[in-house]
Design a protein around this ligand. Sequence first.
Ligand code: URA
Length: 225
Amino acid sequence: MDRYGPYLREMGLVRWRFGSQHPDMAGLRSDRETLFRDEGANAGRLTALAREADRCERCELHRTRTKVVFGSGSLAVSWLFVGEAPGAEEDKQGLPFVGRAGALLRSMLISIGLSREDVYIANVLKCRPPSNRDPLGQEVRECSPFLHRQIDLVQPEIIVAMGRFAAQVLLDSNESLGQLRGRPHNFGETLIPLVVTYHPAYLLRSPTAKSNTWEDLLLARSVLA
Ligand code: URA
């Protein structure tokens, strides 16, 4: 049975069957196999950081949130995907990318041979802005230290910034998404490679950008390799 077909079709990838001879799909491997890190200590620190975020009242979003959405994934991964802020479903469940955008993110991952278990997923903001409005500068200033500490602990080998907002915050840049896409960047002082792509919510509105997104993900995979 073609398990991956529906996800690849979701990404507009209909020409090759997953695992076929197309060169871009060859040699996919589990990134877990290659990692040797002090995951135990960092896992404890990450749990402590998540508890701190749960209690956070640094900005007004704590008044309207249902749950803090800290992030999800294990430390034995190479990939970190970063979005903007939780939406309604994420706010209810306390998990990132579990709504419609999350379903498309899953297809994006499968299109490059990954599953949710192979990646860590986080957002710039840990609490939902009411009515999904754009994050405010003060909210970003108060919340982004959580993301920076999260990155220090997850120690990804590649970061994928999804959407203009995550890209500009992570790269401390005012450049547009169009200017930032298509070339690898480095994050902060650790110089972790970072690739910018479209946000899945944007792809739901503009499906023609899915092929560009796939190219971005292939770029990220080649940077990682
Ligand atoms: N959009 C985001 O940026 N993050 C989520 O977790 C869900 C939707």
